[in-house]
Design a binder for this molecule. Structure first.
Ligand code: GH3
Ligand code: MG
Ligand code: MG
Length: 357
């Protein structure tokens, strides 16, 4: 947890009693407090955890759907650097799939409770389109292979005789799957800052609001806009303006937790979607974020400021559209109030009756 919310309990209580918090405005380029990160030790531990996770994620993951353990096959796959994330029977495969997020499924077509057709369809329809390969002890005749291909699998291999061929095919399909994952990740990134782009942000917003609808888990949306960037561009040049944008992005990325989404929505506008957090804590987090950004000088430019609009789900909106609109309105309030401040969207009850949530 990088935004030290606990340290800002005082600010939180202020937010509870004041739905529209405005902090005193400070003129541009004047504050020169030393940069005191909210990140400190936590930051490196967090970064280390992320690196470790990335390394684990970069290894191929295979889920085996078989009635029996397959020690020889598991050993062969491991010797190629492929992790076997589980061995489950047909009926348990769905749960294992969600939990282990494999790159590839290898299934015995005769495993208990398994319909190859259904499994293939389910894998294809999953978010990432996970390929399926069949393997078992019946002979790999032309007929059996043709049946596997017709049912949506990538081939059928006879065990144990064709284990080496199966492992080769696993390596090939995992490499392809990882390439698709990389391309997809790139397509979701903003090229100037490396943050999520608007497209990726929309997906996250839908996911978080859905989590509220299904499980009652709150979330909050911060919309952040750099103050007077036009002036900075005019005064210091466009590359300096780019540098400002990148530094704000860097701070956003440093303060986000794994389940948060930091995005550049376009130009000098950003969003930080905070998962599992109520609007009071989000307000305190926004205030700390504003402080961190304005204390951290940008090389060649000096101190910069940002304005932030905060809206909580369900407090200020319970759909993607209304939550976004509420944080947008709050940002407008912060700008109009003099910039270098945060504003929190008012609770829905305070709006006129009949206003859609
Ligand atoms: P405000 O405090 O009202 O937000 O003022 P502002 O100057 O930041 O906002 P305004 O909407 O008037 O202008 C946005 C500026 O942001 C102008 C535009 O050139 C600049 N901008 C947008 N995208 C980029 C970019 O990618 N790089 C740079 N350097 N500037 C950008
Ligand atoms: Mg703007
Ligand atoms: Mg701006």
């Amino acid at each position: 947890m990088l935004l030290n919310l606990d340290a800002s309990l005082q600010a939180q209580s202020m937010l509870v009693t004041a739905p529209l918090l405005k902090t005193p405005g400070r003129p541009l380029h004047i504050i020169s407090l030393p940069f005191s990160p909210i990140i400190g030790l936590n930051m490196s531990a967090h970064a280390e955890k992320r690196v470790a996770e990335r390394i684990t994620r970069s290894r191929g993951r295979v889920l085996l759907v078989m009635d029996e353990q397959q020690p020889d096959l598991v050993r062969m796959l491991r010797s190629k650097g492929i992790e076997v994330v589980g061995v489950s029977t047909g009926t348990a495969a769905i749960v294992s799939l969600q939990r282990s997020r494999p790159h590839l499924v290898v299934a015995n077509p005769f495993a208990t409770g398994l319909s190859v057709n259904e499994l293939a369809k389910m894998l294809e329809q999953s978010d990432t389109g996970i390929p399926l390969v069949l393997a078992g002890t019946i002979p790999s005749t032309r007929e059996n292979r043709m049946k596997a291909l017709s049912e949506g699998a990538f081939d059928y291999f006879e065990l144990p005789g064709e284990s080496d061929l199966l492992v080769k095919r696993c390596e090939q399909l995992i490499a392809l799957r990882q390439k698709i994952d990389r391309l997809r990740a790139d397509a979701d990134l903003d090229s100037l800052t490396g943050l999520a782009n608007r497209r990726r942000f929309r997906v996250s917003l839908v996911r978080e609001v859905e989590r509220w609808r299904r499980y009652g888990v709150p979330c909050a949306l911060l919309q952040l806009d750099i103050d007077h960037l036009k002036h900075i561009n005019d005064h210091f040049g466009h590359p300096a303006g780019d540098h400002v944008i990148r530094q704000v992005a860097q701070t956003l990325s440093e303060v986000s937790r794994d389940n948060d989404t930091a995005a550049r929505l376009g130009g000098e506008e950003f969003a930080l979607l905070l998962a599992s957090i109520d609007v009071e804590k989000a307000g305190a987090a926004a205030e700390r974020l504003r402080e961190v950004i304005c204390r951290r000088p940008v090389e060649g430019v000096g101190h910069i400021t940002v304005s932030i609009g905060v809206a909580g789900c369900p407090t200020s909106g319970t759909s993607e559209r209304t939550l976004y609109a509420a944080s947008d309105e709050a940002l407008y309030v912060a700008k109009n109030g003099g910039r270098n401040r945060i504003a929190i969207a008012p609770p829905l009850q305070e709006k006129l009756p009949g206003v859609e949530s």
